[in-house]
Ligand binder design. Structure first.
Ligand SMILES: C[S@@+](CC[C@H](N)C(=O)[O-])C[C@H]1O[C@@H](n2cnc3c(N)ncnc32)[C@H](O)[C@@H]1O
Length: 438
């Protein structure tokens, strides 16, 4: 594999490309490098390679012409990439993809970056090596070279060692141990000292799952997991207290109707079942079903009774477990009081809203809402109970939004259709608050 690196600082690469495995791979003819300096292609008197940005602002921008000429000078460029913080993240899968190419050309930016038209005109693919800004693309190019070169066949001593590493199967790698057996009072895990390959493989897989869950839970969303992995993850003790501090309140009054007027909405059987089932799944503290109408509360109570102690519950014990979390209350105040009594602490009131603005009072101008990201509410859950209040009808009335300590960022669909059922919104929000990333 031939790497061509376009850089204003070729001397940057003197050390890294001439030592350790990279040097050995070069000697073995597996990889090689060309360094091209765009400054050599500048036609200006002082060999300028940058100029001030249009629109003003600090810093300089790399001129397109010297870079275009430098790129043109590369006889066999292969796939052409530019290092940029806005690029596609360099992952192990991406490195693997690049390692299959016979040649790569890497363009290193400097200053504020490169004139966008050069990137578009040349069709360069942008690559980012981490969510931190470096002084220039050279260190980023080195990261890419190291990640890709070691996957070129023959680079690593043992071919298979690349397959077992972090990210290779979408997970972080398990920890490693070597001699001595006891170091500063810490033992090497017993299973690794035994001779059972199957037990060692299982331990490593599980340690890898635990580490990924603890440190990079978002990777689990994409990782190809076997049924045994899922069962193992399900069995892990999770921060259940976080879930138990979260309570849902489904408000049937005061909510808005189609015309934007404050009104009272009837109970929906499906909402009750589904919100209780979500709450049971995520081990929440309870679901407060709030309506000021006596007959509606009676109806709700009959429903809850039927699916818990009644015939429904006896025939479906799983459903009974979920519906036991439901409780009829007269309104928001009773819901807040109930949570306070259960937890010994006044809960934080967090509202939900599908709209981006609301009218605080009749005739007043619409106010835009300051939303609070789910991560902030998740942090509150570590300290205090939270009552997440959801509105039926066309959403919570402004007076409820005004009372809340926070309004959590709404679920954003992919179209202008903004009518997610309240029970679906509840499920999505609960996962955002408590899912693996918690
Ligand atoms: C100081 S940075 C420019 C940062 C740019 N103004 C921004 O905020 O995106 C200069 C050059 O360093 C390189 N660079 C910096 N951080 C990088 C990263 N995380 N991944 C890839 N390249 C990076 C790019 O080539 C970039 O053009």
């Amino acid at each position: 594999m031939r790497f061509t690196i376009l850089t204003l600082f070729p001397e940057f690469f003197a050390g890294p490309l001439t030592c350790a495995q990279i040097a050995r791979a070069r000697e073995a003819g597996l990889i090689d490098f060309d360094l091209v300096n765009p400054r050599d292609f500048s036609t200006s008197r002082h060999q300028h390679v940058d100029d001030r940005p249009y629109g003003g602002g600090p810093g300089m921008v790399m001129l397109p012409d010297p870079l275009a000429a430098a790129l043109k000078s590369v006889a066999a460029p292969g796939r052409r990439l530019v290092l940029a913080p806005s690029g596609r993240p360099l992952t192990q899968a991406f490195a693997r993809e690049l390692a299959r190419e016979p040649a790569l050309t890497l363009v290193c930016g400097r200053y504020e970056g490169i004139d966008e038209r050069l990137l578009e005109a040349e069709g360069l693919e942008s690559v980012c090596v981490g969510e931190a800004v470096l002084n220039g693309g050279e260190a980023a190019a080195l990261c890419l070279v190291e990640a890709v070169a070691r996957l070129v066949p023959g680079f690593m001593g043992k071919e298979e060692s690349g397959d077992a590493e972090s990210f290779s199967d979408g997970l972080l790698e398990h920890p490693h141990y070597t001699r001595p057996e006891v170091y500063q009072g810490r033992q090497v895990p017993e299973v690794l000292r035994g001779g059972s390959h199957a037990a060692i493989a299982r331990w490593r897989r599980e340690a890898s799952l635990v580490r990924t869950l603890e440190r990079r839970p978002e990777l689990l969303q994409e990782a190809p997991l076997a049924g045994s992995d899922l069962n193992f993850l399900r069995g892990l003790r999770r921060p259940a207290a976080l879930g138990r501090s979260l309570f849902l309140c489904l408000l049937h009054h005061p909510v808005l109707d189609k015309a934007g007027k404050t009104s009272t909405v009837s109970l929906t059987n499906l909402d009750i079942h589904d919100m209780c089932r979500v709450s049971r799944t995520y081990e929440l503290g309870g679901v407060l079903l709030a309506t000021p109408l006596d007959d509606q509360r009676e109806l709700g109570q009959r429903l809850l009774d039927h699916w818990t102690e009644g015939a429904g519950g006896r025939a479906n014990p799983d459903r009974a477990q979920a519906l036991r979390l439901g409780r009829m209350v007269t309104g928001l105040d009773e819901a807040l009081d109930w949570v306070s009594t259960q937890t010994g602490m006044a809960p934080k009131l967090v509202a939900t809203c599908a709209r981006t603005g609301y009218r605080p009072a009749r005739g007043r101008k619409e106010r835009s809402i300051d939303f609070t990201p789910p991560g902030v509410v998740r942090a509150w859950l570590k300290e205090s109970p939270v009552l997440l209040v959801l509105g039926t009808g066309h959403g919570l009335a402004p007076e409820v939004l005004a009372r809340a300590q926070a309004i959590v960022t709404p679920v954003r669909g992919f179209s202008a259709y903004n009518h997610l059922p309240v029970r679906s919104a509840a499920a999505i929000l609960v996962d955002r608050l408590l899912g693996d990333a918690g």
